[in-house]
Design a protein around this ligand. Structure first.
Ligand code: NAP
Length: 346
């Protein structure tokens, strides 16, 4: 069986471009004893891959010539493991390719090691929910939103909870969870269209375009009493602007550095004065530490999706060959919602 792959062609000093990647073709690997061969149905495109191709992500570095990594939903097409049958639906980390072999998850493996392992985790998908949601709202981005919000922000009814990248996979889920818990969700996003989507479709109380002058005044106006919780995806000037709007006792969760993923240099951080004045708490968050809460979040999230209380927007990329161009748009901030590559389709 032929196995189409996307490999990293060269080092990427700045923003990734489609020509930094190349299509390759090999034959699908043979599963060894205790392994299964998984055909990719759907591949998730995520910002951390931009950091991984610069050798700066904790999940591991990608070197030129290597297949791009990535979370996938797939089907077992050959099984040499007693616990799997052909046709079983699994979550795996096939990367940007049509086929990969995997073994069964090791129950003694946790955190980062479990997250990056080449394993096939059986997926009991809720029939009320589209399968692709298991890469977005009910996948790692959704778990980031759920576990991060509960652990680092712990929102109270009526509090203002702000997220940057409000229409992205993490931000859109986090805002809706905060709202469903009785808080006021306020978004920051990079265009008028994204802000309209956050308010009209995702049910945010307000959304401010941080690329327009005067955005910090508009954020302060949208958050009477100040910002009680903030989930930061970018660092830099956006973080600095939100810090200036903190409420007393504000909690900040740092989850991503979109500002830095596209450059080889480290950018200067914000001044920390307001953290002191506002007795604020700031917490770093890594989703790999919270994998034990995935089943709990999927139960709640699937129910909310079925009830229409959790919505998500997907952009479906029709073919693996189109993944590099879509990824370049993701890292340029030109996409909205969750990017899913339909590799094998259904
Ligand atoms: N800590 C963890 O465990 C963990 C886990 C998952 C994800 N994350 C992080 O969460 C963040 C959001 O991830 P996601 O999967 O939901 O994807 P995403 O929100 O779709 O990420 C892309 C978006 O980031 C925003 N952005 C902000 N500053 C940017 C810049 N300088 N250049 C380009 N885009 C910029 C853009 O939205 P706007 O136009 O609205 O600004 C862009 O559309 C990422 O930083 C990711 O690394 C962290």
């Amino acid at each position: 069986v032929k196995n189409r792959q996307v490999i990293l062609r060269n080092a990427v000093p700045g923003r990734p471009r489609p020509e930094d990647f190349a299509l390759a073709e090999t034959t699908a690997p043979e599963p060894a004893d205790g392994e299964v061969l998984v055909q990719t149905l759907y591949l998730s495109l995520d910002p951390y891959m931009g950091s991984a191709i610069k050798g700066r992500h904790m999940s591991g570095a990608v070197a030129p010539g290597e297949v791009m990594p990535g979370e996938t939903i797939g089907r077992v097409v050959r099984s040499r493991h007693a616990a799997y049958r052909e046709g079983d639906l699994v979550a795996s980390r096939n990367g940007w390719q049509e086929y990969a072999v995997a073994s069964a998850p090791d129950p003694l493996q946790h955190g980062l090691a479990a997250a990056v392992a080449r394993v096939a985790t059986p997926l009991a998908a809720d029939p009320r929910v589209p399968l692709t949601a298991y890469l977005g709202a009910l996948g790692s981005p959704g778990l980031t939103a759920y576990a991060g919000l509960l652990t680092c922000i712990d929102p109270k009814p009526g509090e203002n909870v702000v997220t940057s990248a409000a229409t992205g996979a993490v931000g859109s889920t986090l805002g809706q969870i905060a709202r469903n818990m009785g808080a006021r969700a306020v978004g920051l996003a990079g265009s008028a269209a994204k802000c309209a989507h956050a308010v009209q479709h995702l049910g945010f109380a307000a959304c401010v375009n941080y690329k327009e002058p005067g955005w910090t005044e508009r954020l302060a106006a949208a958050c009477p009493g100040g910002v009680h919780g903030y989930s930061d995806n970018s660092g830099g000037a956006v973080l600095e602007g939100v810090v200036g709007c903190l409420a007393m006792g504000g909690r900040i969760m740092l989850i991503g550095l979109m500002d830095q993923y596209n450059t080889s240099e480290r950018l200067p951080g914000p001044g920390l004065g307001p953290f002191i004045g506002k007795r604020a708490r700031i917490t770093g968050f890594v989703v790999y530490d919270h994998r034990h809460r995935l089943a709990e979040w999927r139960r709640i999230g699937a129910q909310w999706i079925a009830e229409g209380r959790l919505r998500f927007h997907e952009e479906r990329i029709p073919d693996l060959a189109a993944a590099p161009a879509a990824f370049a748009r993701l890292m340029a901030g030109e996409t909205m919602g969750k990017l899913i590559v339909a590799v094998g389709g259904e």
